[in-house]
Design a protein around this ligand. Structure first.
Ligand code: TZP
Ligand code: MG
Length: 219
């Protein structure tokens, strides 16, 4: 419907080109804010704070860190999205929230995120339909390839469902995730993704400028 279309329009599909996801556990001893700033300088177009793992920041510490990430993102005009944590996202006025299938259902959050971006992870047609009908602004599809960054990740799915999702929903912004690197980014874009969501490709890169450039499909 028209309301749906307006929301899709407000999120520019190009904005998803290089969607960086990070939490303190992904930075392997490097200063997380330095990793984020280098990624921003390199030209990431979207950022999601995903604080997980054995010793995640919590409470005030998490809030302080989230606000620091947020102000860096603001400086570079990059949307700042919070993974899972609805209350944190609202408290600090993040640009949006990303939820998986085991998180708060979209119907429960839509009303509280009227003017914010809602992303949903989907793995099949049924989840996709629910997300789109529920008002998701974009969907994440994956893991496409083998990933070591998500403990409970499903088996790599390849691009089959991604292609199908693009055919079924020509207008919805789609980001592909899971094991994406400069070597295989082209395959997922050709399959219909608007962009690539990565953790390790950027966190573990020795040259973030070059990695981001390559993820954008440039030489
Ligand atoms: N969801 C599906 S795969 C994944 C998430 C959060 C991890 C992606 O990390 P990487 O290092 O880019 O494979
Ligand atoms: Mg989740």
């Amino acid at each position: 419907d028209s309301e749906q279309r307006r929301r899709w329009k407000s999120l520019n599909r190009k904005d998803l080109a290089v969607y960086f996801i990070m939490g303190t556990e992904n930075c392997r001893g490097e200063e997380p804010l330095k990793v984020l700033e280098e990624a921003l300088q390199a030209g990431i177009t979207f950022f999601q704070l995903r604080e997980k793992g054995e010793r995640p920041l919590k409470g005030e510490e998490l809030e302080r860190f989230a606000r620091e990430c947020q102000s860096l993102c603001k400086r570079y005009h990059v949307p700042f999205i919070v993974n899972d944590d609805v209350e944190l996202a609202l408290k600090i006025d993040a640009d949006g929230i990303h939820v998986g299938q085991d998180d708060t259902p979209i119907e429960e959050i839509r009303g509280r995120f009227q003017n914010k971006i809602i992303g949903v992870s989907v793995h099949n047609e049924e989840e996709m339909a629910k997300a789109v009908e529920g008002g998701a602004d974009y969907v994440g599809i994956g893991p496409i390839y083998e990933t070591k960054s998500k403990r409970d990740a499903k088996k790599p799915a390849g691009v089959t469902f991604l292609k199908k999702a693009r055919e079924m929903y020509p207008g919805i912004p789609i980001v592909a995730i899971g094991g994406i690197t400069p070597m295989n980014a082209r395959e997922v874009i050709e399959a219909g993704a608007d962009g690539v969501a990565v953790i390790s490709a950027i966190c573990e890169s020795g040259n973030r400028q070059q990695t981001v450039r390559l993820l954008k499909g440039k030489q």
